[in-house]
Design a protein around this ligand. Structure first.
Ligand SMILES: Nc1ncnc2c1ncn2[C@@H]1O[C@H](COP(=O)(O)OP(=O)(O)O)[C@@H](O)[C@H]1O
Ligand SMILES: [Mg+2]
Length: 362
């Protein structure tokens, strides 16, 4: 491993991250003494047959970053190859990634978590407007800049173009807990809904200090609602997180904007969320009136949790039936009781010797 790259411009200082194919270093630009970050390939991989694919991955990350200049996205500096090794140079952000702040047991107050998530949402909206998906939104890829409230989205290593309708072979790199179900499928269309899932799952971790259950396990294990783990959390935030983490991509909110609009605005419920709640309550009532058994098909999502609630409370129709049976039984018992009493009374009157007989015996 060389200590100087870029024709002597950058001097490596220390390793700060290691992924499947790449290593991230802190380095110093010797021309102006600025600290930078350099991402490059693992030296062991240089002999691999797949090396050209890995080189392409770095070039792809550089291209995506070049297109995405935004206050909440890591600024790109330059990209070069030396002796066949690619180097991607980025601004160094002094701070901590959000997983280091929150995990294992330091959940953030919801107002702060939402403040961070809105910034990431703004970055994603910008990325999507460029026709790109990030596909790896998670606390490990978000840096909170030291002594500020500014959050920076990093790691465009698996970012790709959006392609509504078109089906693509996905790269099999996924982050369990934050990856949407469609990212595990070998062929799926790429749309903004995938990043909606990652963003909602990130908020899940920020407010609970727990990594969500992987999407692939959710047909067997229900995803506990954030409120379950963090009772202080508002119902609204908990429900909006579950809504963003709806398993089926077609049923999820389709854009980051739509999902962000459901989150509370300051201390107020968002108008959209209030409208959504009243609509879904009406839905619950009509569901309970029209059917006592709800379909079990779709696995865990907010709608299904609601349907569970509905069936737990037992539909109104069924409770009316129960009381009808109760009153019929009571009525029948009273009738039988009266009938029995009357028969007893009649028998006793018949068995009594009459007055004239007594006189005759005498
Ligand atoms: N620009 C940056 N400034 C400060 N730290 C960074 C920066 N980029 C990456 N890091 C650190 O390096 C780690 C790995 O970088 P990342 O781009 O996520 O690569 P990968 O996850 O593919 O290995 C990050 O989690 C973060 O801790
Ligand atoms: Mg990363």
């Amino acid at each position: 491993m060389k200590s100087l790259v870029g024709r002597g411009k950058y001097l490596f200082q220390e390793e700060i991250g290691e992924g499947i194919s790449g290593i991230t270093y802190k380095a110093i630009n010797q021309t102006n003494n600025e600290i930078v970050v350099i991402k490059t390939i693992h030296s062991e991989l240089l002999q691999e047959a797949e090396i050209s694919k890995i080189r392409k991955k770095f070039l792809n990350e550089a291209q995506r970053l070049l297109e995405c200049s935004h206050p909440n996205i890591i600024p790109y500096r330059e990209f070069f190859s030396e002796d066949g090794v690619p180097y991607l140079v980025l601004d160094y952000i002094d701070g901590k990634t959000l997983d280091k702040i929150v995990l294992p047991d330091n959940p953030l107050p919801e107002a702060i978590a939402i403040k961070y998530i809105r910034q990431v949402g703004a970055a994603l909206k910008f990325v999507h407007s460029k026709g790109i998906l990030h596909r790896d939104v998670k606390p490990q890829n978000l840096i909170l800049r030291q002594d500020t409230q500014q959050v920076i989205l990093i790691d465009f290593g698996i970012a790709r173009e959006c392609s509504r309708g078109l089906v693509h072979t996905q790269t099999n790199v996924v982050s369990d807990g934050y990856a949407a179900i469609e990212q595990y499928l070998p062929r799926a269309s790429r749309t903004a809904v995938t990043d909606v899932y990652g963003l909602a799952a990130t908020l899940y971790t920020l407010v609970t200090a727990q990594v969500p259950i992987a999407a692939t396990l959710r047909d067997r294990f229900a995803l506990p609602s954030p409120k379950n783990m963090q009772p202080k959390l508002s119902n609204q935030v908990s429900e909006v997180i579950m809504l963003g983490m709806t398993l089926e991509p077609e049923e999820r909110l389709q854009t980051v904007d739509e999902w962000l609009a459901m989150l509370p605005q300051g201390n107020r419920n968002s108008a959209l969320f209030t409208a959504f709640r009243s609509k879904s309550r009406k839905q619950e009532v009509s569901n309970s009136a029209s059917s006592s058994a709800l379909p079990e098909s779709k696995s865990v999502n907010l709608d299904q949790n609601k349907s569970v609630k509905v069936s737990e409370n037992t539909p109104v129709k069924q409770s009316n039936n129960n009381s009808l049976y109760k009153w019929l039984t009571i009525g029948l018992l009273i009738f039988l009781g009266l009938d029995y009493a009357w028969l007893k009374f009649r028998d006793r009157v018949q068995d009594q010797p009459t007055q004239p007989n007594i006189i005759q015996q005498r």
